[in-house]
Ligand binder design. Structure first.
Ligand SMILES: Cc1ncc(COP(=O)(O)O)c(C=O)c1O
Length: 412
């Protein structure tokens, strides 16, 4: 059954045609425009099926074998399966798969290791740190004393010497590595060394690269970090949600920080969908996918650079690219609008030199659709043509529609 059929055939169409129309229109939007938002992907129909399963009805506070509710026998089996698959996939001693989101996972990691008022060293928000890395608008910035490290203004690369100097000066209780926009591999061993020197915990917020880690296309933080937080969506291609990996020594603290400290009942349908995604990510097909994601991103980055955009760090090691379109005569905000009109959906971002004028994009979704390097070369030229005003947006929109028609995210 295709995704569209599921909505059509379901009682939803008869009972609530208004909402069914919204969902089908969204499916059409996703299928006929190019999804270059770095945090997005297309989950498989199997993951969607688990999300829409009867486990959505089940209350299951607690952990397998120790629930506060009755009737959890099958929920326990599903959660144990998800946990075992996550541990195997990432080589972790312990996995908690209950976090509702990436932010919830980070909150639980802080709750497990820190006390309010503790000092934490993390990538500053202007350089690609996440809200949970010390934004004053977020719990992290209110409850902890964050010190931000940066990236080199010229190269865009993490300045590990600066991280070490800040760690020595501020003696943080935890060092956080991970970003929403850093396109290069993170040197986890280097971070471990810095954290060890000052007696700090190392928390890896690997929300973005964790799918690449699963597919063997990026280095793993698991051997180095005390706690690894991640999302199960993005490149990992599972349902929207979070997870935490750690050693056996911190397992109990992490579990208690998730439930009952920061969350109530586990979302069992999402946990079932996480199990499906971990199973998919353990296949050779996913390994090939993860490597293709990176190959596509590298080709797209090279194409954009050849067209005159300034690609941060000169390229990428991952699925993620940030670039300054200014040499084409347009800033990030205008560029996003023009590209949206052409059916190319991506984000603005802050660039290392501190101006809110960059573009952030990723290749996870288009690679799931089956696109390869040939399509990335074409896409770089189309994107630059639209930004220069050489390609009329309606014409570009038609070309995008033709391309996506050849690579439907949900064939059939
Ligand atoms: C590094 C990092 N941490 C945390 C998050 C938060 O994830 P969520 O949106 O699921 O809360 C993100 C999301 O993009 C992220 O990139």
């Amino acid at each position: 059954m295709t995704v569209a059929h599921a909505i059509e055939a379901d009682v939803l169409r008869r009972q609530d045609p208004q909402l069914a129309d919204i969902l089908l229109a969204e499916l059409d939007r996703q299928s006929t425009t190019l999804q270059l938002i770095a945090a997005e992907n297309f989950t498989s129909p199997a993951v969607l099926a688990a999300l829409g399963s009867p486990l959505a009805n089940k209350y299951a506070e607690g952990y397998p074998g120790a629930r506060y509710h009755g009737g959890c026998e099958l929920a326990d089996v599903a959660e144990r399966l998800a946990v075992e698959r996550a541990k195997l996939l990432f080589g972790a001693e312990h996995a908690n798969v209950q976090s509702h989101s990436g932010s919830s996972a980070v909150l639980a990691a802080y709750a497990a290791l820190l006390r309010p008022g503790d000092t934490v060293l993390a990538l500053g928000l202007p350089y690609g740190g996440h809200l949970t890395h010390g934004s004053p608008a977020n719990f992290s910035g209110r409850w902890f004393d964050f010190v931000g490290y940066g990236v080199d203004a010229e190269t865009g690369l993490i300045d590990y010497d600066q991280v070490r100097t800040l760690a020595r000066n501020h003696r943080p209780k935890a060092v956080v590595c991970g970003s929403i926009a850093y396109p290069r591999h993170i040197d986890y061993a280097h971070f471990r060394d810095i954290a060890d020197e000052v007696g700090a915990y190392l928390i890896a917020d690997a929300a973005h690269p964790m799918g690449l880690v699963a597919g063997g296309a990026a280095p793993s933080p698991v051997p180095y970090a005390d706690v690894v937080c991640a999302t199960t969506h993005k490149v990992l291609r599972g349902p929207r949600g979070g997870m935490i990996l750690c050693g056996a020594d911190l397992a109990e603290r992490v579990d208690r920080a998730v439930f009952p400290f920061t969350q109530g009942g586990a979302q069992m349908h999402t946990i079932a969908a996480k199990a499906v995604a971990f199973g998919e990510a353990a296949t050779p097909a996913f390994t090939a996918y993860a490597h293709q994601v990176v190959a596509n991103a590298r080709t797209l980055a090279a194409g954009l650079a050849a067209e005159g955009l300034v690609v941060t760090t000169g390229g990428t090691d991952t699925h993620l690219i940030t670039a300054d379109p200014a040499p084409l005569g347009v800033d990030g905000r205008d560029a996003r609008g023009r590209l949206a009109a052409a059916g190319i959906v991506l984000d603005c971002c802050v660039l290392p030199h501190g101006d809110d004028r960059g573009l952030r994009m990723g290749t996870a979704a288009v690679t799931t659709q089956g696109m390869g390097e040939e399509e990335m070369v074409w896409l770089a030229a189309l994107l630059a043509g639209v930004l220069r005003g050489e390609r009329e947006s309606q014409k570009a929109r038609e070309e995008v529609r033709e391309l996506t028609g050849r690579f439907p995210p949900y064939p059939g």
